[in-house]
Design a protein around this ligand. Sequence first.
Ligand code: PAF
Length: 281
Amino acid sequence: MKVIKTIKDMQALVQQLRRDGQSIGFVPTMGFLHEGHCSLMQRARKENDVVVLSIFVNPTQFGPNEDFDTYPRDFERDEQIALKEGVDYLFYPSVEEMYKENPSVSISVINRVDVLCGAKRAGHFDGVATILTKLFHIVSPHRAYFGKKDAQQVAVVHGLIKDFNFPVELVAIDTVREEDGLAKSSRNVYLTEAERTQAPVLYKSLRQAVEKINQGETNPDRLKEIISANIQAYTSAEIDYVEVYSYPELQPVTTVTGQVILAVAVQFSKARLIDNLIIEV
Ligand code: PAF
């Protein structure tokens, strides 16, 4: 596995790979890799000749009061994991390399962002769309892999690829969970011991709501009540949102039908956790 730190080297390499007829699978990450990322790398390994992983904690997608400075980072550990998963090239640029000059163009996501995490994180998806636009131009992948845990991100990236005609196939992969159901996340390390035992309630509550749907419940407000009541009863977390929307449109629904997302976000003392289930009704 080769570590590449400059845009120039990365672009020269992928141009050569493309001339050689190699297909490129790309896994963009912010590092501190866990099994969720591993499942993306494994799928990319299966479907492409070459796998490129990027590790870049992107400052433009963090708000002023968010955890950019303290976001967990461990490059040596990540390098070992990437090597084990069969990554060919690890793109690891500095912030200065990625954001060199005063920008003259900004990307603003105008759809699917005023709900869920986007509603509370102004500018977050603009930052995500900006860095992915740059990374897609630098890595020129045939396929790009994203986790469904960040379902709103998947929906936004879907729009970005479509609107800007990137010749990239978006591959969305199911959420990888701990044995007790907690979705794997780099931010789980922020949980205290007590909070870690409570955190699986998020997934259990979502599952309980899905069971209600299977029993015939179609009222989204009733489902939201079930999820919220569970989280309030069994965790010390503060609820940020509990929502039921159509997916991937992310529009409110009056009756649960078609493809819908049940999504939650909560704030524990230091960890903000999200989870969701996307189902076809
Ligand atoms: O999901 C993430 O880790 C980030 O939002 C991404 C897609 C790597 C862009 O910085």
